[in-house]
Design a binder for this molecule. Sequence first.
Ligand code: ADE
Length: 247
Amino acid sequence: MKNTWKSGIITLFPGMFPGPLQHSLAGKALDKQIWSLDTFNIRDFSNDKHLKVDDTSYGGGEGLVIRPDVVHDALLCAEENIGSSEQIQFIYTSPRGKPFNQDMAKEWASNKSGIVILCGRYEGIDQRVIDYWSENKNLMEVSIGDFVLSGGETAALTILDACIRLLPGVLKNEKTASIESFELDLLEFSQYTKPCVWQNRVVPEVLRSGDHQKIAAWQKNSAETITKNRRPDLWSKYLIRTNNKNC
Ligand code: ADE
C-alpha cells in the first residue's frame, strides 16, 4: 500500500481546494498519490434546517461566530477519516496563531502522516471548540503572517504547499531543498543563467570559473550578505548557531 501523506481541510468553501495545488509540483504529486486531499464542508455538520452554522456573538458586535458544536462534529469526522492526533497535526488558521515557519513544515511533512486544517472565517469560531481541541487533541493555532486575510483558506493552501514540497519524491532534485532559504537560518544566495551579459550586468566571474570551491565560497558569502541586510532577526540566529565572533 502506498504511504500517502494525507490532508484534510475543514472549510465553508471546499471549492477553493486544491486550487493552485492542482498545478506544478504539488499537482503532479497529488496525481502520483504522494499526498491526498479530503475536504469537509462545515455546512454539512449543521443541525439547522437552513444549514446555518453561525450565530450572533455573545457580548455584542456586528459579525457572526461559527458554532462550537458544528465545528466539533466536523473535526471528529476529519479525525475519523484522516487520522488521530498521534499521526496527524491538527491546525487552526488564524491571525492570532503561532507564526508558521519552515521548521513546522519540515516536522509536519516528516514526523506526521498528514495534517487536518480548520479554516477560520467571518468573525471567528467559538473559542470553546478551539480550547477543547488544543487541550485534548493537540490542535495548534497557526498564523502565516502579521496581516489579516478574509479567511483561513489561503493560509491553509500556503501551509499545505510548504509541507507538500518537502515530501519524498516531490522535488526533482532532493538536494534543492537543502540549499534554499531558511535552511541554516540563511536566505538563499543569488542565482544567474544565460545570457552572460544582460542590460550591461555581467554574471559574477567566479560562477563561470568552474572552480567548485570558489563557487561554494561565493554562494555562502552571497547568502550571508543578503540575510544580514534584509533579515537582521535571521542573521542573529545564524551568528549564534555558527558561533561566529567576527561580525
Ligand atoms: N486568517 C486570517 N488571517 C490569517 C493569517 N494571517 N494567518 C492565518 N490565518 C488567517
